[in-house]
Write a protein that binds this ligand. Structure first.
Ligand code: SF4
Length: 249
């Protein structure tokens, strides 16, 4: 566990140690994802990838990312696309509201370009707290904490935060912000995303290979683990079925 752990006041030494370990691990283990290439480190490509990844896994998003860039290589070309064209090319990716929001966002982006701050990003349709923090960290090294599902899981395990508690979100955000580096947050948040995907997986985390296991409550105190950390969010669907039965049939 982070030594001398206090949620509101994690010591600078502890947070620096944490950040350094995460960033060193990332240098060696970083996933080679298309939107991370140097040539795609611009607003349009990062925005496109972040919106696609909101409800879609990496493997599915990759061909769509390339498909959109072939059709609309720049923000300027994308700004001339019609809603029908965007929807047509989005087919198969699901959650079509994302495509509609991208279309709605074009005018706002063009009027306010370049959009760099977290607050400005939050005004764009389809961009919520996570996406705004992520885009501003990746492109502009903004220091707002980035908290997605992977990062929630890591920090909950490390700090033994129970999602069932009413104060969970508040505590988690405080911890996340206290651990976020003042520089290089773009790499740091992507490192945590990769750590969550490759090592601190939802089931059977690979704790022995984890760069921060010496600071992790879950690893050091297995007997105190919170059994069911996250609820199964899959929604159950209910329906009613009728059948007609005729006499003599
Ligand atoms: S030690 Fe295990 S539980 Fe803790 S952060 Fe690493 S992978 Fe996750």
């Amino acid at each position: 566990m982070l030594k001398n752990y206090k949620i509101d006041n994690i010591s600078l030494k502890n947070s620096l140690e944490w950040q350094n370990k995460i960033l060193r691990w990332y240098q060696i283990n970083k996933r080679q994802l298309p939107w991370r290439k140097e040539k795609y480190q611009n607003f349009y490509c990062v925005w496109l990838s972040e919106i696609m990844l909101q409800q879609t896994g990496v493997k599915t998003a990759i061909p769509y990312f390339y498909k959109f860039l072939r059709k609309w290589p720049t923000l300027n070309s994308f700004s001339k696309a019609s809603l029908d064209e965007i929807m047509f090319n989005w087919q198969g990716l699901g959650y079509y509201q994302r495509a509609k929001n991208m279309f709605k966002a074009i005018d706002i982006i063009k009027q306010n370009y370049p959009i760099k701050s977290y607050e400005e990003l939050m005004k764009i349709p389809g961009i919520g707290t996570y996406t705004a923090a992520s885009i501003s960290a990746i492109l502009y090294d903004n220091t707002k904490a980035v908290v997605d599902g992977n990062i929630k899981r890591i920090l909950s395990r490390v700090m033994r935060l129970n999602p069932a508690n009413k104060t969970f979100e508040k505590k988690l955000n405080t911890v996340a912000q206290n651990l976020t580096p003042k520089k290089n947050n773009g790499s740091y948040c992507q490192a945590l995303m990769d750590l969550g995907s490759l090592i601190c997986r939802p089931k059977n985390p690979l704790c022995k290979k984890c760069p921060v296991n010496s600071q992790c409550h879950y690893y050091i105190y297995p007997e105190k683990r919170i059994k069911k950390m996250f609820k199964n969010n899959k929604k159950s669907k209910f329906g009613v079925a009728f059948y007609l039965s005729y006499k003599n049939h």
